[in-house]
Structures are given as structure tokens and as C-alpha cells.
Design a binder for this molecule. Structure first.
Ligand code: ADP
Ligand code: MG
Length: 977
């Protein structure tokens, strides 16, 4: 699950205040007065006694009585003692120090070649230029500096001066027209035209074209399947060609998902009796079939259009932009809608067509100054409605018993609180409805009893199977479409059906339909099967509007969809199945009446439906804004609050502030909200910035395979599962994969490494059951790793697009390095170990005391070997729990934090990271740390300007080797353990 929790409330008192280290130097204070004298005596460089006194002991607050004063000082010294407990000393073995120094000595200064000023024209911000002066001029440097110093208005003006690929060319226009006429005589074309002509959109063709020709922005709405996606772009293109304007027409049509971009392009090419690559093409990340530069339609993902706009914000190479499926309100389409408002001011010839499936289309027209809105009335056959109560009556299905509260639960209220709350919430909700049902006497007692069970609201694959059997045995021919929340549920249902005697026969064709489906498998789904064979499609929400399967007659809807949500108050993100909205339900219902009267089976009650929202919440209001901000920065949209206040439904200020905080502490943005070089790279990755940072570092430090496994698991879902009653066994298995490294993340990496091997030897099933791992999840994670490698190869961070490539994995056996990279990605998610032993005590600067979750490898460790623990997910239940943990030492933290200050304290130095974590070390170690950090920063900056892998003997290679030496061999002494 892609959860996360980070708290950025930095106003809390930090435990590692300056006086903290003063205490340590002096063996710790016992009483205030004694400490005061020592502290001020030690810190007499520029500090007055009075100030020392004020900070050291301080006077008690006014108005306290004698006993209260005593208690005040007691608490205060307790607190001080606590601070002292956690102080550590970072010492390096002398041979390590020598090795690191020898690497540093070899460093020449290859990054400091003089910038000869050639790129001055592109720089508007002298300060930034100065900051990156040390880096040699390059194409990438100019691009980066351009981005951090530019602004959208200037870029639009500049982009308008660029030449466009669209030029009026009469000869070409004639040729395009001739070709079009010829094609219209082809059998394939005529056959398709017969189908096309029946679509509701076809009857509105002239009206649609008139409206588009007469207005710059038009909204088109219409029922799913009426022919918006496949037809509108073709209407425009054919009309332009007929009006001899083919040479100046290129249409982009965006799709929210990769799979729909491909399938629609395929379909449209077929309708035009053409191969892909002529007048129709598609482009999604890492895959494309380009169409010609003029007289054509390009289907692409919304994200890709955003990427095109980075190079050409005025979209000079296009004449029409169709934004499809905007009713989904995903972040990217909301973002582009806002951005295009600025673009059309400069490009009066650019046409914008917004296409939406549902009835809410007036909102879009309002947003674009009440632009015209045309509705295509759809035609669907009547659909019969069934609710869960009807399904239970028809199938006589019984739910498993709900979790029961023991009689003495009041004694253990804390333990059973969650169950009790759930049960009483459900009772409060369902009882009135059940009373009504009992009164109406429409449903049998069986139904009412089953609905009283709170398990009736838990997704139940057996119920779906019973209903399927009922339909197949009693109803006439017609395909069945099932909506499930996620890929894993789809795979499980598919497995259940295939292993059941009934569905495992040649009378059934079972397909899954989700965003990760390979294209060739997807095409099969549209085919109508032979007579006597029933098609069953198990799908995610993707089948709701993006993809229309004609022969569906029965729809089974579990009523849930997986939505990521971000709670700004708790600062926590979840990806959980949630109830759909009424708008979603209407769409799903509509899928049943395409070719004849249909049936819609809801697996939720009428009572539950009354609680549904009318429309889904826009994605921008329910997910963190980290990636949106990075995208806005790369498009140079200026101060983020200002841009986001212009979107259709602006996010809360607090959500913006939280994301800015995270990006700053990751060092993706600087204090002025400028993109750093690291931020520039992160903005190109389709990952949240923390996992993005991990994989970038992994490529630089050549330990790609294990870190990709960890990043994929954190970004998607970890593969471990824990069956009820087998917790101990499952934990033991995980511990084995943890290889004594005190790290859940290392266990994740090892699980994938061993799985890939087992998979290769066809032993995956046995391996997964032995270690309590989900094979489906592991397979998806394997795919994700390949994708990461492709991205980084494209960005020239890797030499190969194979995550197992030997050179990219030179340091993959160095577990300390892997842990350091995980820490770099997760920072500032670090907890401080206050006390180790059987029940370790931990704290974070924002929350105070926190605990390690029982499912973590480190929960039962007798001794945590390091003074810090990094984590991804922090969640509050009975206590604040860190769910996944890795023990890390100071050496790892040094390279993780964005800020590091060093203070000389006589014979020792104090290193403070991000104002919150500090420790002591020898002066020479501190010097070395400082130098290495500076070199690492320079290297990161250099990498942005010079993509390409780093050779071991180069300057960068030496820096990397020095860091690896230090991180792998640091020896931490924690005096208080
Ligand atoms: P809308 O965008 O309005 O929901 P589409 O343009 O996607 O509608 O689809 C119009 C019709 O074209 C659908 O009803 C369906 O019958 C047909 N269609 C679309 N894609 C395909 C395909 N890949 N194969 C077969 N028929 C398709
Ligand atoms: Mg569509």
C-alpha cells in the first residue's frame, strides 16, 4: 500500500538544541546550577554569562509555588537527562579515514572549468548562474538554468517565435484530399462507416463542427459509447482536409490512461482503413507509433502533453487539442485545463475541445468563460436494477460470520475498540433500513439476517462467483462485466473461477481488463465470442468510461474503486478501496444496455447507495501535491500557491505547504521555491519524489537492483502478507529474508531477488508460500523495476535498461550502502532510538514517543544496533507506529539530509542535520564530512548537466568511492548503550 506519513510541523522543540551538546561535553548536568557554570564556562566565545544562564537553566515561570518550583526543575533536569541519553559519538576507524582521505586527495577539480559566457542569453537570474558557475557549460545545464530562471509568459512568447511544423501547402492539401477520397471507396472503410454512422455523435457531426469552427473553446459531453473519443477527432480532421487545410491540421487527443491511448488509436486507424503511423498515431511514455506531422491525429496520455509543453509551451506544432475524459478530474487534466487558459491568450488559432462523459460538463464551460457546451444524447436500452438485497435473495448466499466481541471485551476495551466501533457504526447505519425492509415484507428473513452481518459490506469474491453461476444458469446469452477495485482482486477472482469446475470449460471466455494489461491481450476483449460461449470480463474502473465493450448485457458492480487519498490534517496518504459516487454508478449501469436490455447487479444495498457522493472528488484534492508542484516548476509557472489558486477546485493551503516542506527537505526545491538539480530530475520521473530520489541515487551508486525492489515495493505495495493466526511464522520468514540487517527494506529487496531466481527456475509458487509472499504482487513489482530501468536509461543515468545489468549493480551486495540510499530517500523520516533493549523506546522530533509496529523485523530485536531508524510509513492507531523500519547510523544520515551544519566545540565538532539531529565527532571527521557533502552536491549538480554514467576513476567516481568507503565502514559508538 502506498501509504506515507510525514510530519512537517517544525515548530516543535527539537531535542538536539545547542545546550544539549554542551551537556554532553561535561558529562551531563545533574543539578541546574552546576551545569550552568560549566556550560557558560565552556562556551565563553562570544557568549555572555547571562545568555548562557538564560538558556541553560532559565528561571521558572512566574507564579509557581514552592513545590511547583521544585517539580518544574525536576522535570526540566529529567528532560535534559533524556536528551543526553540519546547523544552519540561518530567515530571513524583510522584506516577508513585514511582511505576516504586518499580518495579526496586524488580529486582534481574537473567541474570548475570556466564558463565562457556563451549561455548568458538564456540566463535571467544572475544568482542562480553564480550558484552553478562551477559547472561546465552544456546543453543540459542551459536547459536546467532556463527552467529555474524562466517564467511561462516569457516562454510562451519565445515559443511563439519558433517555427511551427504546420505550414499551409496547397499541393499537400490537394494530395491529402485525393487520398481521402480514394480511401472512402475502400471496402474496409465502407464497412466501418456503416458502424460509425449509427453512433449518436454522427448525427451531430455538423453541429459539432460548426461550433468548433466558430469558437476557440468548446465542451462536448455525452453518454459513454456515443462516439466522442473515436469520432470527434476524425470529424475535425476530415473536415479540415475537405476544406483544404490538411497541411495545417494536427490534432492531439489526450487520454487519462496508456491503455486507452493505444486502443483508441488502433480503433481509429481501423475505422479509417489505415495502418497506424499514417494519419493516426499514439504516443505514451516508452512506446509510440508516430503519425505524420500534418493532417493527422495523435492520441497520447495527458502526462505526455504536459511533457510536450515543456519544450513548446505554445504547442506550435498542433492546431487542435482535445482533452478527453476530463470528467475524471485527474490531476494532470485539471492541471492542463488551467495551463491552456494561458496558452490560448497567445495562440488565438489554437482550438481546445474538452470532452466529458457525465452531466457535470457545465462546470468546465463555466471555467472557460461560459464557452459553448454541446451535448450528444446517447441511446441505451433499458437496464434492470438489482441491489445486494436482491442478489442475496436470488443466490441465497451466506456471508462468513462477522468478527465477534468476546463477552469480557469491556476488560480489554483498548484491544477490541476498533472492532466495536466498526460493529456499532454498521448497526447504526443498517438497522433503520432493515426495520423498513421488515415492515415492507418484500425480502425474506434470510436477506435481512445476512444484511445484519457487517461482513455484507466486505468485498466477497465467493458472492460474485455465486451470482455469476446464477446468471449463467438462468439468464440468456450476453457478456458479463464485473467491476472490482484493483488488479489483485481481479487476479484472485480469475484464479477462483478457473479453479472452479463450473467456469473452467470451453463455454466461458474469461478476460481481465486493467491498466497493466498488455495491448495484444486487450484486443481480444472486444471480440464477440462464438455462439454458446459466454464472455466474462473482470475489470477495474477503466471499463467505466475509457473502454466500451459492446456486447455486455450484465454488469456486476462491487461498488468500490481504489482511490488514493491524502489527509492533510493527519498528513497521511492511503490507497484504499472506497465507495464509488453516484456518477460512477450511473456510468457502470450504462455499460449494460449497449446492445439490448441489460441488467445491473450492485453488490451494495440501497441504503448504502444513499450515502454515496454525487461526483468523485477531484484527484488534486485528495492526493499529495509533490508531483504537481514539481511539474509546475518545470513548466515555470511561478509561485505555486498562485498557480494552484487558479485551478478549478484549488487545493487547501496546508496541503500545498506540506508538499513544499517535503520537497525542500528532500532538496528538490531550495528555500526560494526554485527547482534544484535533483528536483529537476525528479520532475521527469513518474514517481513520488522520495522513491524517485532513491532510484536516482541507486543508479549513481551502482546498486540498482535491490534499491529498485525497495522503491517499487514502497511506491506500490509490499509483497508480504500475514495470514490470521500465522503471524509468528510470517514474521520469522520475513526475518530470514532480512539477513540480520535490522531492516524491513532489505527484506523486501531480498524477497524480490530470491523470487526472481525462483521464478526463473519455475519454483516461484513454493518460494512464495514458504515466505508468505504474494506472487501477483511480486510479478507486478518485477515489471515496475523494468520500467524504472527504462526511465533512467532514457534519462542517461544508466547504461542499460536492464535492472540486473552487471555495471549498474557493482555495489548491490553492499547492504550498508543500500540502507544509506533508502535513508536518503526517506529522510526526514528518521526516529531517534532513546533506549534499546527488548522494548526499544524511540522518538521523533515531531511526535515525541513512537513505537515500532509488530510487523516490522525490528519490533522484537533485543538490541537495535544503531541510534537511528528510518521509516516510510508512520501511522497512528493505539500508539504512533513506524510500520517499516531500517536501522541506520550517522554515516547514512550525513548524506541524506539537505542541510548540515558543523560547529567546533574545542577538541570535538558537532554535526547538526536539518536542525533536528546532531552528534559529535573528531574535528578531522567533521572536515571530511563537510568536504564529502560538498563534493556530493557538486556531483549531483554535475550529473544534471552531464547525464551519463560515472566512471570509477573520474572525479565523480572518486567521490562516490569515498562515500561508499565511509558509509560501509563507519563505526558508531553510542556511549550510553
Ligand atoms: P465515447 O468516447 O463517447 O465513450 P467511443 O468513441 O470510445 O465513445 O466509442 C464509440 C463506439 O465505438 C463504442 O460504442 C464502441 O462500440 C465502439 N468502439 C470503440 N472502440 C472500439 C474497439 N477497440 N473495438 C470495437 N469497437 C470499439
Ligand atoms: Mg471516450
Amino acid at each position: 500500500m502506498s501509504n506515507r506519513y510525514f510530519n512537517s510541523d517544525r515548530n516543535h522543540e527539537t531535542y538536539y538544541s545547542q545546550s544539549h551538546s554542551e551537556n554532553w561535553e561535561h558529562g551531563g548536568p545533574s543539578v541546574g546550577g552546576n551545569f550552568q557554570a560549566n556550560a557558560s564556562g565552556y562556551f565563553n566565545q562570544g557568549q555572555s554569562f547571562g545568555r548562557g544562564r538564560g538558556r541553560g537553566r532559565g528561571s521558572h515561570p512566574p507564579g509557581l509555588s514552592g513545590k511547583q518550583i521544585g517539580l518544574f526543575y525536576r522535570d526540566k533536569s529529567k528532560k535534559k537527562a533524556e536528551k543526553k541519553d540519546t547523544q552519540t559519538y561518530f567515530s571513524l576507524n583510522s584506516s577508513v579515514e585514511r582511505n576516504v582521505e586518499s580518495f579526496l586527495d586524488k580529486l582534481k577539480t574537473p567541474y570548475t572549468q570556466e564558463n565562457n559566457g556563451n549561455d548568458d542569453t538564456t540566463m535571467k537570474n544572475n544568482k542562480l548562474q553564480e550558484k552553478y558557475n562551477c559547472i561546465q557549460d552544456s546543453h543540459f545545464k542551459r536547459k536546467y538554468l532556463d527552467i529555474v530562471s524562466g517564467n511561462i509568459q516569457y516562454n510562451l512568447t519565445k515559443s511563439m517565435l519558433l517555427s511551427s511544423k504546420l505550414h499551409q501547402n496547397e499541393k499537400l492539401d490537394e494530395q491529402l484530399l485525393d487520398k481521402q477520397k480514394q480511401r472512402q471507396g475502400l471496402d474496409g472503410y465502407i464497412k466501418m462507416m456503416k458502424i460509425r454512422e449509427k453512433l449518436p455523435s454522427f448525427k451531430m457531426k455538423d453541429k459539432i463542427l460548426d461550433l468548433i469552427n466558430g469558437n476557440q473553446v468548446v465542451v462536448i459531453s455525452g453518454e459513454t459509447g456515443c462516439g466522442k473519443t473515436t469520432q470527434v477527432a476524425q470529424f475535425i480532421l476530415d473536415d479540415e482536409i475537405e476544406r483544404k487545410r490538411g497541411s495545417i491540421t494536427k490534432i492531439i487527443c489526450t487520454q487519462p490512461r496508456r491503455i486507452s491511448a493505444i486502443s483508441v488509436a488502433d480503433r481509429v486507424a481501423a475505422e479509417r482503413a489505415e495502418e497506424l503511423g499514417d494519419s493516426v498515431g499514439y504516443q505514451i511514455r516508452l512506446e509510440k507509433v508516430m503519425c505524420r506531422d500534418y493532417g493527422s491525429i495523435l492520441f497520447c496520455t495527458t502526462g505526455l502533453l504536459l511533457q510536450f509543453m515543456q519544450g513548446d509551451p505554445a504547442l506550435r506544432d498542433y492546431s487542435h487539442i482535445i482533452l478527453d475524459e476530463i470528467h475524471e478530474r485527474n490531476t494532470e487534466s485539471d492541471f492542463i485545463i488551467t495551463l491552456l487558459k494561458q496558452v490560448i491568450q497567445k495562440r488565438s488559432d489554437l482550438k481546445i475541445i474538452l470532452m466529458s462523459a457525465t452531466l457535470n460538463s457545465e462546470r468546465f464551460s463555466k471555467y472557460y468563460n461560459n464557452c459553448p457546451n454541446i451535448h450528444i444524447p446517447g441511446f441505451t436500452y433499458p437496464v434492470d436494477d438489482y441491489y445486494l438485497e436482491d442478489v442475496l435473495e436470488l443466490t441465497r448466499f451466506r456471508f462468513p460470520p462477522a468478527p465477534k466481541l468476546p463477552n469480557n471485551y469491556k476488560k480489554h476495551l483498548k484491544k477490541f475498540k476498533e472492532i466495536k466501533n466498526k460493529v456499532s457504526d454498521y448497526e447504526g447505519f443498517i438497522e433503520p433500513a432493515l426495520r423498513q425492509m421488515e415492515h415492507e415484507k418484500i425480502y425474506s428473513q434470510h436477506v435481512i439476517n445476512e444484511l445484519r452481518n457487517s461482513n455484507s459490506e466486505v468485498l466477497n469474491l465467493d458472492l460474485i462467483q455465486s451470482l455469476l453461476e446464477y446468471i449463467c444458469q438462468t439468464k440468456k446469452q450476453g457478456a458479463i462485466l464485473i467491476f472490482l477495485p484493483g488488479i489483485i482482486d481481479i487476479t484472485n477472482l480469475n484464479k477462483n473461477l478457473l479453479s472452479s469446475g463450473y467456469f473452467n470449460s470451453n463455454k466461458f471466455l474469461i478476460y481481465s481488463l486493467h491498466s497493466r494489461l498488455p495491448t495484444n491481450e486487450q484486443k481480444m476483449i472486444f471480440k464477440t465470442p462464438m455462439n454458446g460461449v459466454r464472455k466474462i470480463i473482470i475489470a477495474t474502473t477503466i471499463a467505466e468510461t475509457s473502454i466500451t465493450i459492446e456486447d455486455v448485457v450484465y454488469v456486476i458492480d462491487c461498488g468500490r474503486t481504489k482511490l488514493s487519498r491524502f489527509d492533510v490534517n493527519k498528513n497521511i496518504e492511503t490507497l484504499e478501496p472506497e465507495w464509488i459516487s453516484i456518477a460512477n454508478s450511473k456510468q457502470r449501469r450504462g455499460r449494460a444496455g449497449r446492445v439490448q436490455t441489460g441488467e445491473y447487479y450492485r453488490l451494495y444495498t440501497k441504503a448504502r447507495e444513499m450515502t454515496f457522493d454525487q461526483y468523485p472528488t477531484p484527484e488534486m484534492l485528495r492526493t499529495p501535491l509533490d508531483q504537481v508542484i514539481l511539474k509546475a516548476k518545470i513548466l515555470q509557472l511561478g509561485q505555486i500557491t498562485c498557480f494552484l489558486s487558479c485551478v478549478m477546485d484549488p487545493p487547501e493551503d496546508r496541503a500545498i505547504e506540506l508538499s513544499l516542506d517535503l520537497l525542500r527537505s528532500l532538496n528538490a526545491l531550495d528555500s526560494n521555491e526554485n527547482l534544484t538539480p535533483l528536483g529537476y530530475h525528479l520532475a521527469q520521473l513518474p514517481l513520488d519524489p522520495r522513491t524517485g530520489k532513491m532510484i536516482l541515487w541507486a543508479s549513481m551508486f551502482s546498486c540498482v537492483e535491490p534499491v529498485f525492489s525497495i522503491a517499487a515495493s514502497l511506491a506500490f505495495k509490499d509483497a508480504f502478507y500475514c495470514p490470521l493466526g500465522k503471524e509468528d511464522e510470517a514474521n520469522k520468514a520475513k526475518l530470514e529474508l532480512g539477513m540480520g540487517q535490522y531492516s524491513d527494506h532489505i527484506a523486501l529487496a531480498e524477497a524480490l531477488r530470491q523470487f526472481e531466481r525462483a521464478y526463473h527456475y519455475r519454483n516461484a509458487g513454493h518460494f512464495c508460500s514458504k515466505f508468505f509472499l504474494s506472487q501477483n504482487t511480486l510479478k507486478l513489482l518485477m515489471d515496475m523495476k523494468k520500467q524504472f530501468a527504462k526511465y533512467l536509461y532514457d534519462m542517461k543515468f544508466l547504461d542499460s535498461d536492464n535492472p540486473n545489468d552487471a555495471i549498474s549493480n557493482r555495489n548491490s551486495d553492499n547492504l550498508a550502502m543500500i540502507k544509506a540510499i533508502v535513508c536518503a530517500g526517506l529522510f526526514p523520516n528518521v526516529a531517534i532510538v532513546k533506549r534499546t533493549g527488548k522494548f526499544p523506546a524511540l522518538k521523533t522530533t515531531e511526535d515525541g514517543n513512537v513505537k515500532i509496529h509488530p510487523s516490522s523485523i525490528n519490533a522484537k530485536a533485543n538490541q537495535l544496533p544503531t541510534p537511528y531508524v528510518t521509516y516510510f510509513l508512520k501511522q497512528k492507531s493505539t500508539a504512533i507506529y513506524l510500520h517499516d523500519t531500517t536501522c541506520v547510523d550517522e554515516a547514512a544520515l550525513i548524506f541524506s539530509s539537505s542541510k548540515c551544519s558543523i560547529k567546533r566545540l574545542g577538541p570535538r565538532s558537532q554535526i547538526t542535520l536539518n536542525d533536528s539531529i546532531s552528534f559529535l565527532c573528531k574535528d578531522s571527521t567533521a572536515d571530511m564530512v563537510q568536504k564529502l557533502r560538498e563534493e556530493l552536491d557538486k556531483l549531483l549538480e554535475y550529473k544534471i548537466t552531464h547525464p551519463g554514467t560515472i566512471s570509477l576513476d573520474s572525479h565523480g567516481g572518486l567521490v562516490i568511492r569515498a562515500i561508499i568507503e565511509l558509509v560501509s565502514n563507519a563505526n558508531i559508538q553510542s556511549p550510553n548503550y
